[in-house]
Structure formats: structure tokens, C-alpha cells
Ligand binder design. Sequence first.
Ligand SMILES: *[C@@H]1O[C@H](CO)[C@@H](O)[C@H](O)[C@H]1NC(C)=O
Ligand SMILES: *[C@@H]1O[C@H](CO)[C@@H](O)[C@H](O)[C@H]1NC(C)=O
Ligand SMILES: *[C@@H]1O[C@H](CO)[C@@H](O)[C@H](O)[C@H]1NC(C)=O
Length: 267
Amino acid sequence: MMKHLLTTLLFVTPLALGAPTARAATCDRDFLKAQAASYVAAQKAGTPSLLTNSSSSSGSTISYTQNFKTATLTTGILSTPLRIDHNRSIYDTTQCATYTELISTEPNKQHVIGTQLRFSPETLTLSKIETIVTSKGDWLFDPSATLMYSFQESSQGLWDDIPLAKRDTRAVIQAAGDAYLDLFNNKSVKVPWGTPCARLEGGTYIQPSCNVGVPSGIRNVNRRYVVDEVVGTVDVFFDFAGAEPDSHEFRVEGGRLRLVHTMTVMK
Ligand SMILES: *[C@@H]1O[C@H](CO)[C@@H](O)[C@H](O)[C@H]1NC(C)=O
Ligand SMILES: *[C@@H]1O[C@H](CO)[C@@H](O)[C@H](O)[C@H]1NC(C)=O
Ligand SMILES: *[C@@H]1O[C@H](CO)[C@@H](O)[C@H](O)[C@H]1NC(C)=O
């Protein structure tokens, strides 16, 4: 009798709720991977509307900045088709955000681009695009070199997923990046330097130590983070010396800095 009742309940309940209810959307890794991939496809085609989950029919407006200035999708870099020689993304399921590094060595359209996408965690709609576009004349700009070193690191597996048992917490990953950026203005800060550590600064490769040529008297402010524990990485957008649009991306292993990628727009 009891068993029969349970069976009945199990079968009746979904009907009692009416039409099949849509599964609550969650900002998981697969969702963010798909969004970053559609961003890369949109940049390749020069067609912003290829961004999924950006439907204007949802009534939401997307905030878009290019080199930290308010921009328009139809006239911004996203409307310029670019050959994509390299792309790599990280995924922050806690904040529902992604960061993507893009390199294009296409003649006359050479750029190294960093983009943070932010989504509403409730509706999974794209709410904000911030993009840093570095070009000829920007700090140590050399896209062929950036491509070579980025490709080398990726093919050596240096940006691969970290085994579950060895992953750092978000707090540890972010603190390592913050310590590095704080050092520019405070030489007492203890930075968790890893060994070896390689810094790809524009197109210049600095190794086996990253504790080289860090300036002083520079305040790095207005930081916006994307943190991915799976790959032990934080990307930070900030105003270098309170002025220049800058991205620093840090790979952290066992709490220590192993890789740094920088792009800085010279105004
Ligand atoms: C966003 O994407 C998810 C998963 O792909 C989908 O379920 C959801 O309906 C989309 N939301 C909007 C507003 O496009
Ligand atoms: C982006 O990178 C992924 C993984 O490396 C690759 O499979 C994909 O084809 C790339 N996308 C473009 C548009 O080049
Ligand atoms: C500099 O860093 C040290 C070590 O973290 C800290 O104790 C000190 O308060 C910092 N100084 C300033 C001015 O922020």
C-alpha cells in the first residue's frame, strides 16, 4: 500500500506542477566556456551579434568599454573581423565571468586583446564587456613574440587544469596577484614568488624569475578580477599608475606565482 502510494506520488507530482518547468539556469563552467567561445567567434567574424546571451530582446543593455572608455559595439574592435592566431580563456563560476586573451598577427590589424565578460548570475545574460586592445606603440607591443611565447606555454601544458587535490582557493590565487600589484607601491609587501616564474610583458619574455624590473611608486588601482581555481589563475584589469588601462594575468600553483601575462595601453 505504502509503496503504491509513493509510486503514485512520484508520477503525479510533476503533473501537479503543471507544464514541465525549465531547469534553473546555473552559471557553470560549460555555460562560461560556450560564452567565451562565442565571444572569440564574434571577434573573428567582426559580428557582435554572434555573442550569445546578449539578446536585446531581454531588455537589458550591455555595458561596453574599450581601453576603459565607454564604447559602442557597432564601432568597437568587436566589429572588426580579425584572424585569431591564439585564444585562451579562464572561467569564474562564482562571479559568472570570463577572461579571454586573443592574439592577431594579421597584417595591418595586429592586436593583443584581453576581454572580461560579466553575466548576470540569475538570468545568465551578458551585462558587461570590458576589453583592452593593445596595438603598435603600446608597452613592449610585439604580437608575433607574444604569440610565440603564449603558444609555447600552452603547448607545454603550463596553463592546463590543476589536479583537484592541488588547487588553491580563490582567496589564495587573488592574494598572490594582489601582492604582485601592491609591490609596485610598497616594497615591504611579501610576494609569493614561484620558481621558475616567467613574465610575458607585452612581447618580452622575462624568466626564470618574475622578481625583475618591478617599478616603484606606482599605484595600481580600480582592480576588477576574474578568478579560475581550476587553472589557478586570476586576471586583473586596473589603472596602471592610476591612468593606463592594464591587464595582468597570474598563474598560481601552490600559492606561488608561476606565469604572468601583461598588456598595457600607452595613452
Ligand atoms: C542564456 O544561456 C542559457 C544556457 O545556454 C539559457 O538557458 C538561457 O535561456 C539564456 N538566457 C538568455 C536571456 O539568453
Ligand atoms: C580558440 O582556441 C581553442 C582551443 O585552443 C580552439 O579549439 C579554437 O579553434 C580557437 N578558436 C578560434 C576562433 O581560433
Ligand atoms: C606595505 O606592506 C606591508 C606588508 O604587507 C604592510 O604592513 C604595510 O601596511 C604596507 N604599507 C602601506 C603604506 O600600505
